[in-house]
Design a binder for this molecule. Structure first.
Ligand code: SAM
Ligand code: SF4
Length: 327
């Protein structure tokens, strides 16, 4: 177990396996002119597994694979396999847009994937296509129900609420959690990513979102869901699933943050919004020993800031976009 300078137990590593994506969500990635990492700077699956193993020496026991879109990375199930074999890891999850998931789900489950978070911002075909600039909603639906068929619980569905775009679908999402054992999590829209699309007026606070939900549904406090994280969860009276609220903007949860992040080229970040990164990739290529790499993890955990300063303009100053960090 390793505590950072503010007494938080850092046990969760989010690993981006690629900066590439098969969608182009308007708030995350530009349509064109993207400069991707060169293939030679992206960590191999073996290097990722080695770094994850070293992270367990400093207390990490939860891993989430993300991207870009993690499922466009070749042989991802091989990586899941490697991670599942690391003794101190007891939780392996993925965050995905779901487009490619249905056909890979069985293989992932067999390799040791335990949990899955889908990102889905609209339940209407044309609106989904609009916000992702190209996605087919029906593939995501198929993926979500495949996860249900395989009983990969808890199945979480993350919805970035964008005022004027999908705020009129809030109750439709809740209906999904009413009818099925899904965990719908509404996330406040953040000024990070492709800022061209971000506007203050497009952000709705979780208080407002929750009051819209309560116009129709009775929410019952609070349930603990595996991988609880920053969401506050409620059961829905009479329903099967839950509704969660994640409020990085209106009520930041940095005091309980337990995570660090690694980019696809092996840069370690202590906070989603910080500008400083530690280059594990370079250390690895220069032949660093496990002990030297372990020390780099410790340095990053020690410099983890008390809280993010996105609302003081750090979001604007952040050079990395969401698809380059992993959310
Ligand atoms: N491609 C995968 C996906 O979409 O699930 C994983 C990477 S994506 C960068 C991770 C999460 O970040 C997604 O749920 C996405 O909706 C969220 N995200 C990206 N930009 C955001 C923003 N400006 N505000 C809130 N969430 C954002
Ligand atoms: Fe791709 Fe995920 Fe970003 Fe959408 S949010 S463009 S799916 S990385």
């Amino acid at each position: 177990m390793m505590l950072d300078g503010y007494g938080r137990n850092i046990n969760y590593l989010r690993v981006s396996v690629t900066d590439r994506c098969n969608l182009r969500c308007r708030y995350c990635m530009p349509e064109e002119g993207i400069s991707h990492l060169g293939h030679s700077s992206i960590l191999s699956l073996e290097d990722i597994a080695r770094l994850i193993k070293i992270s367990t020496d400093v207390g990490v026991n939860k891993i989430r694979l993300t991207g870009g879109e993690p499922l466009v990375r070749k042989n991802l199930s091989q990586l899941i396999d490697y991670i599942a074999a690391i003794p101190r890891i007891d939780d392996i999850a993925i965050t995905t847009n779901g487009i490619l998931f249905a056909d890979m789900a069985t293989e992932f489950k067999k390799a040791g994937l335990q949990r899955i978070n889908f990102s889905l911002d609209s339940l209407v075909d044309e609106k989904f296509k609009y916000i992702t600039r190209r996605g087919d909603l029906q593939q995501v639906r198929k993926a979500i129900f495949k996860a249900l068929e395989l009983e990969m619980h808890p199945i979480k569905i993350n919805v970035v609420v964008i005022n004027g775009f999908n705020d009129n679908e809030i109750l439709d999402f809740v209906e999904l959690a009413y009818n099925y054992p899904f965990h719908i999590r509404f996330i406040e829209f953040m000024p990070i990513g492709d800022l061209f699309y971000w506007k203050k007026e497009r952000m709705l606070s979780c208080d407002v979102i929750k009051s819209r939900v309560e116009q129709k549904y009775e929410l019952i406090t609070a349930r603990t869901i595996k991988g609880n994280g920053p969401a506050k969860y409620y059961s829905i009276n009479g329903g099967q699933g839950t509704v969660g609220f994640i409020s990085p903007m209106s009520n930041h949860f940095c005091g309980e943050c337990n995570r660090i992040r690694m980019t696809a080229d092996g840069r370690l970040r202590a906070c989603l919004y910080e500008k400083t990164e530690t280059d594990l990739g370079a250390a690895l290529y220069s032949g660093a020993s496990d002990e030297e790499l372990r020390q780099l993890f410790i340095n990053v955990i020690n410099r983890k800031p008390a809280r993010h300063h996105m609302d003081d303009g750090w979001g604007v100053g952040n050079q990395r976009k969401m698809y380059q960090i992993g959310g």
